[in-house]
Design a protein around this ligand. Structure first.
Ligand code: URA
Length: 232
């Protein structure tokens, strides 16, 4: 891989930054000063240092965001704040996107990545990666409603939902796990039993809970170990 591509893919420096820094003698590969942005490097073995900092090359990045209400799960918007606006420069990369959208008024765990295959794996209902939500409801929920939702409710537009798992927290609050992510899915599921979602919070993706120390509006990188917890 070309040196400028290798460095710029990690987010911090653009290709033109790399070119300038090479000219200034601030980039080295395996201990030797780099002379050209076209120099070939091996992502698995080359030791690249830029401005005194060794590149810790990662093919992809996986970020946990605690989304506040009012932020939209888009990559770009003219007027509204997006989930990408909350990513600090040191974690930002071209090609980042939210792997699964939350409504603007839904809070909690959004996973951002530049790895399309991984996103597909966690989003496809076939792979049974459960997303866990806490919903507060306008009215008390009955055992019959819970059973209907758990069996797979038929939405008003004729869409047949897959089964879900529900735990009652109190009469107007539930934990609900679903493997699919249709538009307004939980709000429409709850609407189908004549109730209404007042607040919705995503607490967990697969086996990985949202870090309780991560304040609303903040992000951090997901570790390799945590990444494994998502799909197990
Ligand atoms: N279901 C919804 O209705 N909204 C969300 O944001 C996520 C799941």
């Amino acid at each position: 891989m070309r040196l400028d591509k290798y460095i710029s893919s990690q987010g911090k420096y653009s290709r033109s930054d790399v070119k300038k820094l090479i000219k200034q003698g601030l980039v080295s590969v395996d201990g030797r000063s780099a002379k050209s942005p076209e120099l070939q490097v091996d992502p698995d073995s080359s030791l690249v240092v830029i401005c005194g900092e060794t590149i810790n090359y990662k093919e992809h990045i996986y970020i946990m965001l605690n989304k506040p209400a009012g932020v939209i799960s888009a990559t770009d918007d003219k007027s509204k704040k997006t989930v990408l606006d909350l990513v600090p420069p040191e974690l930002y990369r071209d090609g980042l996107f939210p792997a699964g959208r939350l409504d603007a008024d839904t809070t909690g765990f959004v996973l951002l990545t530049d790895d399309g295959d991984f996103a597909h794996r966690i989003l496809s209902p076939k792979n049974h990666v459960e997303k866990t939500y806490i919903a507060t409801l306008a009215d008390p929920i009955s055992d019959e409603d819970i059973s209907a939702l758990e069996e797979g409710i038929l939405l008003k537009d004729g869409y047949q939902c897959l089964p879900s798992k529900i735990k009652r927290i109190n009469e107007k609050e539930i934990e609900i796990k679903i493997c699919e992510g249709k538009y307004h899915q939980i709000k429409r599921m709850i609407g189908a039993v004549g109730n209404k979602v007042l607040t919705l919070y995503r607490a967990q993706i697969g086996g990985l809970p949202l870090d309780i120390d991560l304040k609303e509006g903040f992000c951090r990188e997901i570790t390799q170990e945590e990444l494994g917890e998502i799909t197990t």
